[in-house]
Design a protein around this ligand. Sequence first.
Ligand code: ARG
Length: 527
Amino acid sequence: MACLFRRAIAEQVSQVLGLPAEKLIPCIHAIPVHRKQDSPDFQLYVNSLSVDNFDGASHNENAQKLASKLAANSIISEIGTGRGSVTFKINRELLTETILKKIYQDGSLYGMNSELLSNTPKGLTLVEYSSPNIAKKFHVGHLRSTIIGNFIANLKEAVGCKVIRMNYLGDWGLQFGLVGAGFSKYGSDEKLRANPLQHLFEVYVKANAAANKDEDMKSSAQDFMQRLENGHPQALSLWTQFRDLSIEEYTKVYKRLGVQFDEYSGESFYNKKAQDVLKLLKEKGILKTTGDGKGVVDLSEQGDVSTFSTVMRSDGTSLYITRDIAAALDRMEKSNFNEMIYVTDKSQQTHFEHLFKILEILGKVGNCQHVKFGRVQGMQTRKGDVIFLEDVLDEARSRMLQNMANSETSKTTEDPADTAEKIGIAALIVQDLKGPLLSDYHSVIFTLRQLLRYDEVIHKTLKDLQPRYLVSFLMGLGHLVNVAHHSLHVKGSSPDVAHARLLFFNSVRVVLASGMRLLGITPVDKM
Ligand code: ARG
Protein backbone atom coordinates (compact mmCIF):
# COMPACT_ATOMS: atom_id res chain seq x y z
CA MET A 1 0.00 0.00 0.00
CA ALA A 2 0.94 3.64 0.25
CA CYS A 3 3.89 2.88 2.52
CA LEU A 4 5.55 0.57 0.07
CA PHE A 5 5.32 3.19 -2.63
CA ARG A 6 6.47 6.03 -0.40
CA ARG A 7 9.44 3.96 0.64
CA ALA A 8 10.38 3.14 -2.96
CA ILE A 9 10.26 6.83 -3.83
CA ALA A 10 12.13 7.83 -0.69
CA GLU A 11 14.91 5.35 -1.37
CA GLN A 12 15.54 6.71 -4.84
CA VAL A 13 15.51 10.30 -3.67
CA SER A 14 17.70 9.38 -0.73
CA GLN A 15 20.42 8.10 -3.06
CA VAL A 16 20.45 11.33 -4.99
CA LEU A 17 20.28 13.73 -2.05
CA GLY A 18 22.11 11.71 0.56
CA LEU A 19 19.30 12.17 3.08
CA PRO A 20 18.00 9.21 5.10
CA ALA A 21 14.90 7.66 3.53
CA GLU A 22 13.08 7.77 6.90
CA LYS A 23 13.25 11.58 6.84
CA LEU A 24 11.86 11.72 3.33
CA ILE A 25 8.87 9.43 3.81
CA PRO A 26 6.69 12.00 5.63
CA CYS A 27 7.39 14.54 2.83
CA ILE A 28 5.89 12.31 0.15
CA HIS A 29 2.20 12.91 -0.28
CA ALA A 30 -0.49 11.07 -2.17
CA ILE A 31 -2.08 13.49 -4.61
CA PRO A 32 -5.80 13.93 -4.04
CA VAL A 33 -8.00 12.55 -6.77
CA HIS A 34 -9.21 15.11 -9.26
CA ARG A 35 -10.53 15.38 -12.76
CA LYS A 36 -7.33 15.24 -14.70
CA GLN A 37 -7.23 11.70 -16.04
CA ASP A 38 -3.51 11.24 -16.03
CA SER A 39 -2.37 12.92 -12.90
CA PRO A 40 0.48 11.29 -10.98
CA ASP A 41 0.00 9.53 -7.63
CA PHE A 42 2.58 11.08 -5.32
CA GLN A 43 4.44 14.33 -5.03
CA LEU A 44 7.41 15.64 -3.13
CA TYR A 45 7.73 19.38 -2.65
CA VAL A 46 11.35 20.45 -2.80
CA ASN A 47 10.77 23.19 -0.26
CA SER A 48 9.96 20.55 2.35
CA LEU A 49 13.52 19.25 2.02
CA SER A 50 16.12 20.96 4.15
CA VAL A 51 19.15 20.30 1.94
CA ASP A 52 22.03 22.26 0.63
CA ASN A 53 22.07 20.28 -2.61
CA PHE A 54 19.99 23.01 -4.10
CA ASP A 55 21.98 26.07 -5.02
CA GLY A 56 19.46 28.78 -4.32
CA ALA A 57 17.65 28.38 -7.64
CA SER A 58 13.85 28.56 -7.76
CA HIS A 59 11.77 25.68 -6.41
CA ASN A 60 10.71 24.80 -9.95
CA GLU A 61 14.30 24.60 -11.12
CA ASN A 62 15.29 22.55 -8.12
CA ALA A 63 12.39 20.18 -8.73
CA GLN A 64 13.47 19.74 -12.32
CA LYS A 65 17.05 19.15 -11.31
CA LEU A 66 16.03 16.51 -8.81
CA ALA A 67 13.63 14.85 -11.25
CA SER A 68 16.33 14.60 -13.92
CA LYS A 69 18.49 12.56 -11.57
CA LEU A 70 15.75 10.04 -10.80
CA ALA A 71 14.81 7.13 -13.00
CA ALA A 72 11.65 5.10 -13.48
CA ASN A 73 11.83 1.50 -12.30
CA SER A 74 9.53 -1.46 -11.76
CA ILE A 75 7.55 0.40 -9.08
CA ILE A 76 7.68 3.99 -10.30
CA SER A 77 6.51 4.13 -13.88
CA GLU A 78 6.86 7.86 -14.47
CA ILE A 79 8.70 10.77 -12.93
CA GLY A 80 7.68 14.33 -13.66
CA THR A 81 7.46 17.76 -12.11
CA GLY A 82 4.71 19.97 -10.83
CA ARG A 83 4.87 23.41 -9.27
CA GLY A 84 7.91 23.17 -7.05
CA SER A 85 7.48 19.44 -6.77
CA VAL A 86 8.65 16.17 -8.23
CA THR A 87 5.77 13.88 -9.12
CA PHE A 88 5.64 10.11 -9.29
CA LYS A 89 3.32 7.73 -11.00
CA ILE A 90 3.10 4.18 -9.77
CA ASN A 91 2.98 1.12 -12.01
CA ARG A 92 -0.77 0.55 -12.47
CA GLU A 93 -0.78 -3.20 -12.09
CA LEU A 94 1.34 -3.04 -9.01
CA LEU A 95 -0.83 -0.28 -7.52
CA THR A 96 -4.01 -2.28 -8.04
CA GLU A 97 -2.59 -5.51 -6.75
CA THR A 98 -0.92 -3.97 -3.73
CA ILE A 99 -3.90 -1.99 -2.53
CA LEU A 100 -6.41 -4.78 -2.92
CA LYS A 101 -4.11 -7.32 -1.31
CA LYS A 102 -3.34 -5.06 1.61
CA ILE A 103 -6.99 -4.36 2.35
CA TYR A 104 -7.76 -8.04 2.03
CA GLN A 105 -5.07 -8.80 4.62
CA ASP A 106 -5.65 -5.91 7.01
CA GLY A 107 -9.42 -5.57 6.81
CA SER A 108 -10.58 -2.76 9.05
CA LEU A 109 -7.01 -2.18 10.20
CA TYR A 110 -6.13 -0.88 6.74
CA GLY A 111 -4.44 2.51 7.08
CA MET A 112 -4.15 2.27 10.86
CA ASN A 113 -0.84 0.42 10.94
CA SER A 114 0.79 2.66 8.36
CA GLU A 115 4.41 3.69 8.69
CA LEU A 116 3.16 7.28 8.64
CA LEU A 117 1.52 6.74 12.01
CA SER A 118 4.44 4.98 13.63
CA ASN A 119 5.54 8.07 15.53
CA THR A 120 2.16 9.03 16.96
CA PRO A 121 2.10 8.53 20.73
CA LYS A 122 0.18 5.42 21.77
CA GLY A 123 -0.34 6.04 25.49
CA LEU A 124 -3.49 6.54 27.53
CA THR A 125 -5.94 9.18 26.31
CA LEU A 126 -8.80 10.37 28.45
CA VAL A 127 -11.61 11.85 26.39
CA GLU A 128 -14.34 13.69 28.26
CA TYR A 129 -17.45 14.34 26.20
CA SER A 130 -21.25 14.70 26.15
CA SER A 131 -21.46 15.79 29.83
CA PRO A 132 -25.08 16.95 29.99
CA ASN A 133 -26.69 18.55 33.01
CA ILE A 134 -29.28 16.43 34.80
CA ALA A 135 -32.71 18.05 35.02
CA LYS A 136 -31.77 20.58 32.35
CA LYS A 137 -32.00 20.61 28.56
CA PHE A 138 -29.82 18.28 26.56
CA HIS A 139 -29.01 20.93 24.01
CA VAL A 140 -27.43 20.72 20.56
CA GLY A 141 -24.05 21.48 22.10
CA HIS A 142 -24.30 18.27 24.11
CA LEU A 143 -25.24 16.34 20.99
CA ARG A 144 -22.27 17.75 19.09
CA SER A 145 -19.97 17.03 22.02
CA THR A 146 -21.27 13.45 22.07
CA ILE A 147 -20.72 12.90 18.36
CA ILE A 148 -17.34 14.65 18.16
CA GLY A 149 -16.02 13.15 21.41
CA ASN A 150 -17.04 9.67 20.32
CA PHE A 151 -15.24 10.21 17.06
CA ILE A 152 -12.05 11.35 18.79
CA ALA A 153 -12.14 8.38 21.15
CA ASN A 154 -12.72 5.97 18.22
CA LEU A 155 -9.88 7.51 16.26
CA LYS A 156 -7.40 7.38 19.13
CA GLU A 157 -8.34 3.78 19.81
CA ALA A 158 -8.01 2.82 16.14
CA VAL A 159 -4.40 4.02 16.00
CA GLY A 160 -3.50 2.07 19.10
CA CYS A 161 -4.06 4.36 22.09
CA LYS A 162 -5.72 3.14 25.23
CA VAL A 163 -8.77 5.30 25.74
CA ILE A 164 -10.93 6.21 28.72
CA ARG A 165 -14.30 7.56 27.63
CA MET A 166 -15.71 9.76 30.32
CA ASN A 167 -19.01 11.53 30.80
CA TYR A 168 -18.80 14.38 33.33
CA LEU A 169 -22.38 15.06 34.35
CA GLY A 170 -23.69 18.37 35.58
CA ASP A 171 -25.16 16.65 38.63
CA TRP A 172 -24.69 19.31 41.27
CA GLY A 173 -25.73 22.87 41.85
CA LEU A 174 -28.84 24.90 42.34
CA GLN A 175 -30.94 23.04 39.79
CA PHE A 176 -30.81 20.08 42.16
CA GLY A 177 -32.03 22.22 45.01
CA LEU A 178 -34.99 23.22 42.86
CA VAL A 179 -35.73 19.71 41.65
CA GLY A 180 -35.28 18.27 45.13
CA ALA A 181 -37.52 20.83 46.78
CA GLY A 182 -39.99 20.88 43.89
CA PHE A 183 -40.36 17.12 43.71
CA SER A 184 -42.67 16.78 46.70
CA LYS A 185 -44.99 19.34 45.11
CA TYR A 186 -44.81 18.62 41.38
CA GLY A 187 -43.15 15.23 41.16
CA SER A 188 -44.53 11.75 40.63
CA ASP A 189 -42.62 8.54 41.31
CA GLU A 190 -44.42 6.85 38.49
CA LYS A 191 -43.52 9.49 35.91
CA LEU A 192 -39.99 9.59 37.24
CA ARG A 193 -39.57 5.91 36.58
CA ALA A 194 -41.31 5.99 33.21
CA ASN A 195 -39.46 8.96 31.79
CA PRO A 196 -36.90 10.37 34.21
CA LEU A 197 -35.20 12.98 32.01
CA GLN A 198 -38.44 14.49 30.86
CA HIS A 199 -40.04 14.39 34.27
CA LEU A 200 -37.09 15.93 36.11
CA PHE A 201 -37.00 18.67 33.54
CA GLU A 202 -40.73 19.35 34.06
CA VAL A 203 -40.27 19.53 37.81
CA TYR A 204 -37.29 21.81 37.36
CA VAL A 205 -39.20 24.18 35.07
CA LYS A 206 -42.15 24.36 37.50
CA ALA A 207 -39.99 24.79 40.58
CA ASN A 208 -37.91 27.40 38.85
CA ALA A 209 -40.98 29.40 37.85
CA ALA A 210 -42.32 29.15 41.40
CA ALA A 211 -38.99 30.23 42.89
CA ASN A 212 -39.02 33.32 40.71
CA LYS A 213 -42.39 34.27 42.18
CA ASP A 214 -42.37 33.18 45.79
CA GLU A 215 -39.68 33.23 48.41
CA ASP A 216 -40.85 29.97 49.99
CA MET A 217 -39.81 27.86 47.03
CA LYS A 218 -36.54 29.72 46.77
CA SER A 219 -35.65 29.09 50.38
CA SER A 220 -36.72 25.45 50.31
CA ALA A 221 -34.48 24.96 47.27
CA GLN A 222 -31.61 26.48 49.21
CA ASP A 223 -32.49 24.30 52.20
CA PHE A 224 -32.49 21.20 50.07
CA MET A 225 -29.11 22.08 48.61
CA GLN A 226 -27.78 22.71 52.11
CA ARG A 227 -29.00 19.32 53.28
CA LEU A 228 -27.48 17.72 50.22
CA GLU A 229 -24.13 19.41 50.86
CA ASN A 230 -24.24 18.17 54.45
CA GLY A 231 -24.99 14.64 53.33
CA HIS A 232 -28.48 14.43 54.82
CA PRO A 233 -29.57 10.82 54.08
CA GLN A 234 -33.05 11.59 52.77
CA ALA A 235 -31.91 14.36 50.46
CA LEU A 236 -29.00 12.24 49.35
CA SER A 237 -31.15 9.24 48.56
CA LEU A 238 -33.52 11.33 46.45
CA TRP A 239 -30.58 12.85 44.61
CA THR A 240 -29.03 9.41 44.03
CA GLN A 241 -32.29 8.18 42.62
CA PHE A 242 -32.54 11.14 40.21
CA ARG A 243 -28.98 10.61 39.08
CA ASP A 244 -29.18 6.83 38.67
CA LEU A 245 -32.43 6.90 36.73
CA SER A 246 -31.11 9.66 34.49
CA ILE A 247 -27.95 7.73 33.70
CA GLU A 248 -29.99 4.64 32.95
CA GLU A 249 -32.05 6.56 30.44
CA TYR A 250 -29.06 8.36 28.94
CA THR A 251 -27.35 5.02 28.46
CA LYS A 252 -30.29 3.79 26.39
CA VAL A 253 -30.26 6.83 24.16
CA TYR A 254 -26.46 6.79 23.79
CA LYS A 255 -26.76 3.20 22.71
CA ARG A 256 -28.98 4.24 19.84
CA LEU A 257 -26.25 6.65 18.83
CA GLY A 258 -23.64 3.90 19.10
CA VAL A 259 -21.90 5.73 21.93
CA GLN A 260 -20.77 4.35 25.26
CA PHE A 261 -18.76 5.48 28.26
CA ASP A 262 -16.28 3.78 30.52
CA GLU A 263 -17.11 6.10 33.34
CA TYR A 264 -19.88 8.40 34.48
CA SER A 265 -18.22 11.03 36.59
CA GLY A 266 -19.80 14.32 37.54
CA GLU A 267 -19.47 17.58 39.38
CA SER A 268 -20.97 16.04 42.50
CA PHE A 269 -17.87 13.86 42.94
CA TYR A 270 -15.78 16.95 43.34
CA ASN A 271 -17.85 19.08 45.63
CA LYS A 272 -15.85 18.06 48.71
CA LYS A 273 -12.56 17.77 46.85
CA ALA A 274 -13.04 21.32 45.59
CA GLN A 275 -12.66 22.44 49.21
CA ASP A 276 -9.31 20.63 49.31
CA VAL A 277 -8.32 22.50 46.17
CA LEU A 278 -9.14 25.80 47.87
CA LYS A 279 -7.02 24.72 50.83
CA LEU A 280 -4.14 23.82 48.53
CA LEU A 281 -4.38 27.13 46.70
CA LYS A 282 -4.36 28.93 50.04
CA GLU A 283 -1.33 27.00 51.31
CA LYS A 284 0.58 27.78 48.15
CA GLY A 285 -0.30 31.46 48.44
CA ILE A 286 -2.11 31.35 45.11
CA LEU A 287 -5.58 32.21 46.45
CA LYS A 288 -6.26 35.92 46.72
CA THR A 289 -9.31 37.33 48.46
CA THR A 290 -11.13 40.26 46.90
CA GLY A 291 -12.79 43.15 48.74
CA ASP A 292 -16.17 41.43 48.60
CA GLY A 293 -14.79 38.19 50.02
CA LYS A 294 -14.48 36.11 46.84
CA GLY A 295 -11.45 33.91 46.26
CA VAL A 296 -9.58 34.42 42.98
CA VAL A 297 -6.43 33.16 41.27
CA ASP A 298 -4.34 35.80 39.57
CA LEU A 299 -3.71 34.77 35.95
CA SER A 300 -1.96 37.92 34.75
CA GLU A 301 1.64 37.92 33.55
CA GLN A 302 2.38 41.07 35.53
CA GLY A 303 0.84 39.90 38.78
CA ASP A 304 -1.63 42.79 38.87
CA VAL A 305 -4.78 40.64 38.82
CA SER A 306 -5.77 42.17 35.46
CA THR A 307 -6.94 38.69 34.50
CA PHE A 308 -8.12 36.30 37.14
CA SER A 309 -10.36 33.34 37.74
CA THR A 310 -12.91 33.25 40.56
CA VAL A 311 -12.64 29.93 42.36
CA MET A 312 -14.57 30.62 45.58
CA ARG A 313 -17.83 32.41 46.34
CA SER A 314 -17.91 34.84 49.24
CA ASP A 315 -19.74 32.21 51.34
CA GLY A 316 -16.80 29.84 50.85
CA THR A 317 -18.51 27.47 48.38
CA SER A 318 -16.83 26.21 45.21
CA LEU A 319 -17.67 26.98 41.60
CA TYR A 320 -17.75 25.08 38.32
CA ILE A 321 -14.06 25.75 37.72
CA THR A 322 -13.03 24.73 41.24
CA ARG A 323 -14.67 21.36 40.69
CA ASP A 324 -12.92 21.09 37.33
CA ILE A 325 -9.54 21.72 38.98
CA ALA A 326 -10.31 19.01 41.52
CA ALA A 327 -11.46 16.64 38.79
CA ALA A 328 -8.35 17.21 36.64
CA LEU A 329 -6.00 16.63 39.59
CA ASP A 330 -7.90 13.50 40.56
CA ARG A 331 -7.80 12.11 37.01
CA MET A 332 -4.07 12.81 36.73
CA GLU A 333 -3.48 10.92 39.92
CA LYS A 334 -5.82 8.01 39.27
CA SER A 335 -5.33 7.25 35.60
CA ASN A 336 -1.96 8.83 34.94
CA PHE A 337 -3.08 9.63 31.39
CA ASN A 338 -0.74 10.85 28.66
CA GLU A 339 -3.28 13.31 27.37
CA MET A 340 -6.73 14.51 28.30
CA ILE A 341 -9.18 15.95 25.80
CA TYR A 342 -12.27 17.94 26.77
CA VAL A 343 -14.94 18.38 24.13
CA THR A 344 -17.39 21.28 24.53
CA ASP A 345 -18.74 24.19 22.53
CA LYS A 346 -16.58 27.24 22.22
CA SER A 347 -18.48 29.25 24.82
CA GLN A 348 -16.33 27.40 27.36
CA GLN A 349 -13.04 28.39 25.77
CA THR A 350 -12.10 30.88 28.50
CA HIS A 351 -13.15 28.43 31.17
CA PHE A 352 -10.69 25.83 29.88
CA GLU A 353 -7.93 28.39 29.29
CA HIS A 354 -8.29 29.38 32.93
CA LEU A 355 -8.39 25.78 34.06
CA PHE A 356 -5.20 24.87 32.19
CA LYS A 357 -3.46 27.99 33.43
CA ILE A 358 -4.32 27.24 37.05
CA LEU A 359 -3.09 23.67 36.64
CA GLU A 360 0.14 25.07 35.25
CA ILE A 361 0.51 27.44 38.22
CA LEU A 362 0.03 24.40 40.44
CA GLY A 363 2.86 22.72 38.55
CA LYS A 364 0.50 20.13 37.05
CA VAL A 365 0.78 20.54 33.32
CA GLY A 366 -0.86 17.34 32.20
CA ASN A 367 -1.04 17.68 28.43
CA CYS A 368 -4.66 18.81 28.44
CA GLN A 369 -6.48 19.95 25.36
CA HIS A 370 -9.84 21.59 24.76
CA VAL A 371 -11.47 20.61 21.49
CA LYS A 372 -14.12 23.21 20.85
CA PHE A 373 -16.81 23.47 18.25
CA GLY A 374 -19.18 26.19 17.05
CA ARG A 375 -22.54 26.67 18.58
CA VAL A 376 -25.58 25.83 16.55
CA GLN A 377 -28.90 27.59 16.48
CA GLY A 378 -31.59 25.70 18.37
CA MET A 379 -32.53 22.45 16.71
CA GLN A 380 -36.18 21.88 15.96
CA THR A 381 -38.26 18.81 15.44
CA ARG A 382 -41.77 18.88 14.04
CA LYS A 383 -43.00 18.95 17.62
CA GLY A 384 -41.03 22.10 18.35
CA ASP A 385 -37.89 22.99 20.24
CA VAL A 386 -35.54 20.18 21.09
CA ILE A 387 -35.13 19.34 24.71
CA PHE A 388 -34.34 15.66 24.75
CA LEU A 389 -31.81 13.77 22.74
CA GLU A 390 -34.32 11.01 22.23
CA ASP A 391 -36.59 13.38 20.31
CA VAL A 392 -33.80 14.22 17.90
CA LEU A 393 -33.11 10.56 17.22
CA ASP A 394 -36.82 9.78 16.80
CA GLU A 395 -37.12 12.63 14.37
CA ALA A 396 -34.13 11.45 12.33
CA ARG A 397 -35.62 7.97 12.17
CA SER A 398 -39.09 9.06 11.21
CA ARG A 399 -37.83 11.36 8.44
CA MET A 400 -35.77 8.53 7.08
CA LEU A 401 -38.71 6.10 7.17
CA GLN A 402 -40.65 8.67 5.23
CA ASN A 403 -37.86 8.99 2.66
CA MET A 404 -37.68 5.24 2.29
CA ALA A 405 -41.42 4.97 1.80
CA ASN A 406 -41.28 7.66 -0.89
CA SER A 407 -38.32 6.22 -2.72
CA GLU A 408 -38.97 3.70 -5.45
CA THR A 409 -35.49 2.24 -5.27
CA SER A 410 -35.62 1.35 -1.58
CA LYS A 411 -35.41 -2.39 -1.08
CA THR A 412 -37.69 -4.00 1.45
CA THR A 413 -35.57 -4.80 4.45
CA GLU A 414 -36.45 -7.09 7.31
CA ASP A 415 -36.60 -4.27 9.80
CA PRO A 416 -37.21 -0.92 8.07
CA ALA A 417 -37.31 0.94 11.38
CA ASP A 418 -33.86 -0.32 12.25
CA THR A 419 -32.47 0.62 8.85
CA ALA A 420 -34.12 4.04 9.08
CA GLU A 421 -32.65 4.52 12.53
CA LYS A 422 -29.11 3.75 11.37
CA ILE A 423 -29.33 5.90 8.26
CA GLY A 424 -31.07 8.71 10.11
CA ILE A 425 -28.33 8.76 12.70
CA ALA A 426 -25.67 8.52 10.00
CA ALA A 427 -27.18 11.60 8.39
CA LEU A 428 -27.14 13.37 11.73
CA ILE A 429 -23.49 12.50 12.30
CA VAL A 430 -22.33 13.42 8.83
CA GLN A 431 -24.28 16.64 8.93
CA ASP A 432 -22.36 17.43 12.07
CA LEU A 433 -18.92 16.32 11.02
CA LYS A 434 -18.84 17.23 7.37
CA GLY A 435 -16.52 19.83 5.90
CA PRO A 436 -15.59 20.74 2.38
CA LEU A 437 -16.66 17.97 0.06
CA LEU A 438 -14.63 16.36 -2.60
CA SER A 439 -15.98 17.17 -6.01
CA ASP A 440 -17.16 14.55 -8.44
CA TYR A 441 -15.03 11.84 -9.69
CA HIS A 442 -14.86 8.53 -11.76
CA SER A 443 -13.75 4.92 -12.30
CA VAL A 444 -11.68 2.22 -10.60
CA ILE A 445 -8.27 3.91 -10.92
CA PHE A 446 -9.65 7.01 -9.19
CA THR A 447 -11.21 4.97 -6.43
CA LEU A 448 -8.01 3.05 -5.83
CA ARG A 449 -6.07 6.29 -5.62
CA GLN A 450 -8.54 7.57 -3.07
CA LEU A 451 -7.91 4.40 -1.04
CA LEU A 452 -4.22 5.14 -1.26
CA ARG A 453 -4.72 8.31 0.75
CA TYR A 454 -6.52 6.75 3.68
CA ASP A 455 -3.55 6.60 6.04
CA GLU A 456 -2.64 10.21 5.27
CA VAL A 457 -6.17 11.28 6.03
CA ILE A 458 -6.06 9.41 9.32
CA HIS A 459 -2.70 10.98 10.06
CA LYS A 460 -3.97 14.47 9.36
CA THR A 461 -7.21 13.94 11.26
CA LEU A 462 -5.26 12.66 14.21
CA LYS A 463 -3.03 15.71 14.18
CA ASP A 464 -5.81 18.31 14.24
CA LEU A 465 -8.61 16.18 15.65
CA GLN A 466 -10.80 17.60 12.92
CA PRO A 467 -13.25 14.92 11.77
CA ARG A 468 -14.04 16.76 8.54
CA TYR A 469 -10.97 15.36 6.73
CA LEU A 470 -12.19 11.85 7.30
CA VAL A 471 -15.80 12.70 6.44
CA SER A 472 -14.70 14.38 3.26
CA PHE A 473 -12.50 11.42 2.38
CA LEU A 474 -15.36 8.97 2.95
CA MET A 475 -17.83 11.09 1.02
CA GLY A 476 -15.32 11.23 -1.81
CA LEU A 477 -14.82 7.50 -1.67
CA GLY A 478 -18.56 6.90 -1.58
CA HIS A 479 -19.03 9.12 -4.57
CA LEU A 480 -16.26 7.45 -6.55
CA VAL A 481 -17.44 3.95 -5.87
CA ASN A 482 -20.98 4.96 -6.72
CA VAL A 483 -19.85 6.06 -10.16
CA ALA A 484 -17.79 2.90 -10.60
CA HIS A 485 -20.76 0.84 -9.51
CA HIS A 486 -22.87 2.10 -12.41
CA SER A 487 -20.41 0.99 -15.05
CA LEU A 488 -18.83 -2.10 -13.53
CA HIS A 489 -21.39 -4.87 -13.38
CA VAL A 490 -20.63 -7.96 -11.41
CA LYS A 491 -23.72 -9.89 -12.39
CA GLY A 492 -23.52 -11.08 -15.98
CA SER A 493 -19.78 -10.58 -16.29
CA SER A 494 -17.39 -13.44 -16.98
CA PRO A 495 -16.28 -15.22 -13.78
CA ASP A 496 -12.80 -13.63 -13.88
CA VAL A 497 -14.06 -10.12 -14.34
CA ALA A 498 -16.88 -10.61 -11.85
CA HIS A 499 -14.42 -11.88 -9.28
CA ALA A 500 -12.04 -8.95 -9.78
CA ARG A 501 -14.86 -6.43 -9.54
CA LEU A 502 -16.27 -8.07 -6.47
CA LEU A 503 -12.86 -7.90 -4.83
CA PHE A 504 -12.65 -4.24 -5.71
CA PHE A 505 -16.08 -3.37 -4.32
CA ASN A 506 -15.44 -5.39 -1.23
CA SER A 507 -12.21 -3.49 -0.56
CA VAL A 508 -14.04 -0.20 -0.79
CA ARG A 509 -16.75 -1.55 1.48
CA VAL A 510 -14.18 -2.53 4.12
CA VAL A 511 -12.55 0.90 4.16
CA LEU A 512 -15.86 2.78 4.08
CA ALA A 513 -17.14 0.69 6.99
CA SER A 514 -14.03 1.14 9.08
CA GLY A 515 -14.02 4.91 8.50
CA MET A 516 -17.71 5.14 9.28
CA ARG A 517 -17.25 3.20 12.51
CA LEU A 518 -14.61 5.71 13.56
CA LEU A 519 -17.19 8.44 13.11
CA GLY A 520 -19.62 6.47 15.23
CA ILE A 521 -21.83 5.40 12.33
CA THR A 522 -23.13 1.84 12.06
CA PRO A 523 -23.01 0.73 8.43
CA VAL A 524 -26.11 -1.01 7.05
CA ASP A 525 -26.00 -4.00 4.71
CA LYS A 526 -29.15 -3.22 2.79
CA MET A 527 -31.32 -0.19 2.30
N1 ARG B 1 -22.01 20.12 32.01
C1 ARG B 1 -21.34 21.16 31.28
C2 ARG B 1 -22.34 21.93 30.43
O1 ARG B 1 -23.34 21.41 30.06
C3 ARG B 1 -20.24 20.65 30.40
C4 ARG B 1 -19.09 20.03 31.14
C5 ARG B 1 -17.82 20.09 30.37
N2 ARG B 1 -16.73 19.47 31.05
C6 ARG B 1 -16.03 19.98 32.06
N3 ARG B 1 -15.09 19.27 32.59
N4 ARG B 1 -16.27 21.19 32.50
O2 ARG B 1 -22.09 23.07 30.09
